[in-house]
Design a binder for this molecule. Structure first.
Ligand SMILES: Cc1cc2nc3c(=O)[nH]c(=O)nc-3n(C[C@H](O)[C@H](O)[C@H](O)COP(=O)(O)O)c2cc1C
Length: 182
């Protein structure tokens, strides 16, 4: 069975943890393709992900005209970690204005999609973010690895930290192999 993990990385301080996620995933037998938003590249460069995956990291919607379709079809599981408030809003509203959001729009129906948000606590509890989470839930298309409560990079203590990397990978593993009991 193939284990193709499509990882989306957005522009948050936890983007560096996406490198740990890729490293752990590769060691666990996944083949990983990484898509970064333009703002994600301000935190971690594509070369780091290319080095960890052995494949070029993808950033440009128009660089390879069909990359968004090919990547979407290739994925056995699609994970966005960290998921910014901004891309969360795009997913909730159907905005597809860069490679990451366009690729996620093209992911075939029924393909598992896992979201691991991370943001400042006030951002997380902002009514518009909570509304967008509700809208995404209503789609029935995505599962969550919830943010944890911890001391955040901004110094605040509260909900919004990226879930632990092994927990995100475990969610991808279980999305790939759903329980067979029924
Ligand atoms: C140092 C720094 C840290 C940030 N951390 C986060 C974060 O953890 N979560 C978040 O949603 N936005 C965070 N932002 C704001 C995003 O970078 C900003 O909303 C950006 O537009 C997101 O772009 P993207 O969603 O296209 O990647 C941070 C910004 C800066 C400058």
């Amino acid at each position: 069975m193939s284990k193709n993990l499509l990882l989306g990385v957005t522009g948050g301080i936890a983007a560096y943890k996406a490198c740990e996620l890729v490293s752990l995933a590769v060691k666990s037998g996944w083949t990983v393709e990484v898509v970064l938003t333009a703002n994600a590249t301000r935190f971690v460069g594509p070369a780091t992900f290319a080095g960890l995956t052995g494949r070029p990291a993808h950033t440009d919607l128009f660089g390879d005209a069909m990359a968004h379709i090919q990547l979407a079809k290739w994925a056995d599981v699609a994970v966005i970690a960290p998921l910014s408030a901004n891309v969360l809003a795009s997913l909730a509203c159907g905005i597809a204005d860069d490679l990451l959001t366009t690729t996620w729009m093209a992911i075939p129906r029924g393909r598992p999609c896992v979201l691991a948000p991370a943001m400042n606590t006030e951002m997380w509890f902002h009514p518009v973010v909570q509304r967008n989470i509700g809208w995404i839930d209503a789609l029935g298309r995505y599962s969550w690895v919830a943010p944890t409560e911890k001391r955040l990079a901004c110094g605040d203590v509260g909900v919004g930290g990226l879930a632990d990397v092994p927990d995100i990978l475990a969610a991808a593993e279980s999305a790939l192999s759903p329980p067979t009991s029924r």
